[in-house]
Design a protein around this ligand. Structure first.
Ligand code: F6R
Ligand code: ZN
Length: 195
């Protein structure tokens, strides 16, 4: 029988005192995702920068379990576009997620296969409920400082990264004269994968 798990999660770092997996995502894993392809390639030839990290508490990936952990998006930009997560639909589309922002300043970009979209503030103390069917991506809009989030989602959700890799998000967040600005993604195209 499983025993209860407890760990500490304190600032300023918010790295769980106990975790099973530490995932790091670098610039090279974001091929084709940033609008400014030229700057992306240029940056990549200099350094494969660390964009974000995830600390996961591992649980069986089955219904009834809750997967949880901490994601940390570092500050920075590719051209005018802020550092962000890859973003994904859940493979089981009808699964939700809760995000609780611990630190930093950012936005979550969301969309459904049906074409609805939303952009929500992420700031310390704010809880964001991602309903079933909504793809989600976290964007760090701060000039300095990490965007740190605690997340919880159903064990059987899985991740569909392919749809976003192919079609992108409908909306992008760029630095428009010092202000986070939401623009249409000119390269967005329907892949039809998860309809
Ligand atoms: C899990 C979830 C978050 C993200 C994390 C990294 O379903 O939404 O824990 O996994 O923010 O983003 P991705 O997974 O898009 O690279
Ligand atoms: Zn998710």
């Amino acid at each position: 029988m499983d025993k209860p798990i407890a760990f500490e999660l304190h600032g300023p770092e918010f790295i769980p005192s106990q975790y099973d997996k530490h995932i790091v995502r670098r610039l090279s894993s974001m091929d084709g995702q940033y609008l400014d392809l030229e700057t992306y390639q240029e940056m990549l030839t200099k350094d494969d920068l660390l964009l974000y990290e995830v600390y996961e508490i591992e649980r069986p990936e089955v219904a009834g379990e809750l997967l949880h952990g901490v994601s940390i998006v570092h500050p920075g930009k590719v051209g005018q576009e802020y550092f962000m997560t890859k973003g994904h639909f859940h493979a089981v589309l009808d699964t939700a997620e809760v995000y609780y922002c611990l630190k930093g300043q950012g936005l979550m970009v969301l969309e459904t296969p049906e074409g609805e979209w939303a952009v929500e503030d992420l700031s310390p103390g704010r809880v964001l409920y991602v309903p079933p069917r909504w793809a989600h991506r976290s964007v760090n809009t701060a000039n300095q400082g990490d965007l740190i989030i605690f997340f919880i989602y159903p064990g059987h959700s899985g991740h569909d990264y392919g749809t976003i890799e192919q079609q992108g998000f409908r909306k992008l967040v760029i630095d428009g004269a010092g202000q986070p600005t939401v623009i249409d993604n000119p390269r967005w195209k329907a892949s039809g994968v998860n309809r």
